[in-house]
Design a protein around this ligand. Structure first.
Ligand SMILES: [Zn+2]
Ligand SMILES: [Zn+2]
Length: 260
């Protein structure tokens, strides 16, 4: 029997996080811990394995909060800063373990090369900079991390392709606005679906709540969790109370288990 996959939501907030700096919106001032959201990322753990999807600007505090001491690799959905700005903070893992494997689209690696040039310097590399192993993937890839098979799915974030990942019936998608029906077919009836729901009003590059619920209806997962949430979605407890029975709002620190 395969080891059960444990998923911990490291962050569930949109690019600015909640609270937003200098913003006195009631959700930003909420004292409910579920209304405090770091930038999106999930921790995947089974047996002795630990992986994360995305490493945004809150990566360091997320690793400290969850007491992560070893990291086997990082899967990236796309290059936006709220998903990659923590790249330099992999250093403690790099110093202890050596090169850290990264799984991402070639386009994402190109963007990282431009934005973190010192990390990818081949001559006179700064000695404290981390080194990553680049494993290029695309929408047709399947690859394994430890004993787990990963199926890659592609969606569109306005016109930017983003990758999602499906492991043991757990599908993680964020920053989605549209998805081709051929890609949706890969994850139909999955056990658990994570999908972004930004706010109530429509947005050009993210699903809003209504669109996210329609997307969930089409995929028909066992249950679904909403992530990449803006303060404009509303208070956690109030929004969650209005959701269908098998749909939940994710929150930072939420842990779920997927048995295969
Ligand atoms: Zn994002
Ligand atoms: Zn994005």
């Amino acid at each position: 029997m395969k080891s059960p996959l444990t998923v911990t939501f490291l962050g569930t907030g949109t690019s600015q996080g909640i609270p937003v700096i200098g913003n006195d919106h009631p959700v930003c001032r909420s004292t409910n811990p579920k209304d405090k959201r770091l930038r999106v990322s999930v921790l995947l753990q089974w047996a002795e394995n630990t992986y994360v999807i995305d490493c945004g600007p809150d990566f360091r505090q997320q690793m400290l909060r969850e007491g992560v001491t070893r990291l086997d690799g990082i899967l990236l959905t796309h290059e936006h800063s709220d998903h990659t700005a923590g790249l330099d903070d992999i250093r403690p893992f790099y110093f202890r373990q050596g090169n850290i494997p990264f799984y991402a689209h070639n386009r994402v690696f190109q963007s990282l090369h431009e934005r973190f040039a010192y990390i990818f310097e081949t001559e006179n590399k700064y000695p404290g900079a981390p080194t990553i192993d680049e494993i290029a993937i695309d929408k047709d890839s399947t690859f394994s991390i430890g004993e787990k098979q990963v199926t890659v799915v592609e969606a569109y974030h306005n016109s930017l392709p983003v990758l999602g990942f499906s492991i043991d019936g757990f599908t993680y998608l964020t920053d989605v606005k549209t998805m081709a029906s051929t890609e949706m077919a890969k994850i139909e009836n999955c056990k658990v679906l994570v999908i972004n729901a930004l706010r109530i009003k429509p947005h050009p590059s993210h699903l809003n709540l209504e669109e996210a619920l329609q997307f969930i209806d089409k995929i028909n997962p066992g249950r679904a969790y909403l992530t990449h949430i803006s303060h404009l979605l509303g208070f956690h407890d109030e929004v969650e109370a209005r959701l269908p029975d098998n749909v939940f709002l994710a929150y930072d620190g939420l842990q779920i288990s997927i048995t295969s």
